[in-house]
Design a protein around this ligand. Structure first.
Ligand code: GDP
Length: 308
């Protein structure tokens, strides 16, 4: 069974670890968000792709939730000493990956090619595709002004309420090679428990990707990133309250109009009334350990079977 997964960073990566424990990794194609990407200190950083890559390679720091385990921070300490841009946290091991990616891109490789090389180097069997090789970037409109994603999220600690989200570059962006085919040829499409506005939204903002999903032949199952109406981490709940009018499972479904056939959501949010045509599956969705991750992945496979 071919499974295509639309994924953000942390929530996406956690979910994928569970999924790859219950299905053959070679059957899975992951389409990753790139609208959080940034250039900093001369390096090209793709935080969401890297969260997925590190999780799949078994290299991620579980406690911190992002970056690599056994990380050290010497390079960043030097950046600080020299009054450089130290607000975006890059560990020494992580920087090594960014050096390789940045060199490949500066020598003319696409992000898709650079990502494929990293996937191969770590011996991963799943395919990891950036949604697009074109520069799509998320901007947040807030009462304090409009900010690029990482300025709002990291530098300002996502303290500003969001009035609107813009995906600069999306109208002109083409899907990366293989992305539309992966959706068209899938037996199952999954949307990870990721922030609908800043992780999945920018993937769907690339029109041919949204169109492929809208005309899908296979079931599409989303997992809610909210538990008891609250984000496990990050601003998803505040964004849904302000931009969607609430944080129930129905509000999550509302972020994916016509695009999903089932929503897997937490028992803390049950029972919920979902829009017609969307099947609800209630389970425990907190991915605390390998067992919990596997159970959630299995619930997604069961949901797909129920709506197929
Ligand atoms: P980011 O781009 O790194 O912020 O990553 P994502 O958008 O993929 O992940 C952030 C989302 O993951 C947040 O909205 C969290 O609520 C959600 N999340 C993290 N851990 C869990 C979990 O264990 N269960 C569920 N249901 N959601 C989670």
């Amino acid at each position: 069974m071919k499974i295509t997964v639309l994924s953000g960073g942390v929530g996406g990566a956690r979910f994928l670890r569970g999924l790859l424990a219950v299905v053959p990794p070679a059957d899975v194609t992951i389409i990753g968000n790139v609208a959080d990407d940034l250039e900093i200190l001369g390096l090209r950083v793709s935080p969401d792709l890297d969260s997925v890559l590190y999780a799949l390679a078994g290299l991620s720091d579980e406690e911190r939730g992002w970056g690599r385990a056994d990380e050290t921070w010497n390079a960043l300490a030097t950046v600080s000493e020299l009054s450089g841009d130290a607000w975006f946290k890059l560990g020494d091991r992580d920087i090594g990956l960014h050096l390789v990616r940045t060199q490949m891109l500066s020598e003319g490789s696409t992000l898709t090619e650079a990502t494929a090389r990293l996937v191969a180097a770590y011996g991963l069997e799943s395919e990891l595709l950036p949604a697009t090789d074109d520069p799509v970037r998320t901007f947040l409109q807030t009462p304090a002004g409009t900010f690029p994603f990482q300025t709002w999220f990291v530098e300002r600690g996502h303290r500003d309420e969001v009035d609107a989200v813009h995906y600069a570059g999306a109208p002109d962006a083409a899907p990366a090679l293989g992305v539309v085919e992966a959706i068209d040829n899938a037996d199952l499409i999954v949307i990870t428990p990721s922030n609908p506005y800043v992780s999945i939204g920018p993937i769907l903002a690339v029109a041919p990707i949204r169109e492929a999903l809208a005309r899908r032949n296979a079931p599409c199952v989303a997992v809610s990133p909210l538990i008891g109406g609250q984000a496990v981490k990050g601003p998803a709940d505040r964004m849904l309250t302000r931009l969607a009018g609430g944080t129930t499972p129905a509000h999550v479904v509302g972020c994916y109009p016509g695009l999903i056939d089932a929503l897997v959501y937490d028992e803390a949010d049950a029972p919920a009334e979902l829009p017609a045509g969307v099947h609800g599956v209630v389970t425990r969705t907190l991915m605390t350990d390998a067992d919990a991750r596997r159970r959630l992945a299995q619930a997604v496979l069961d949901a797909a079977a129920a709506v197929a």
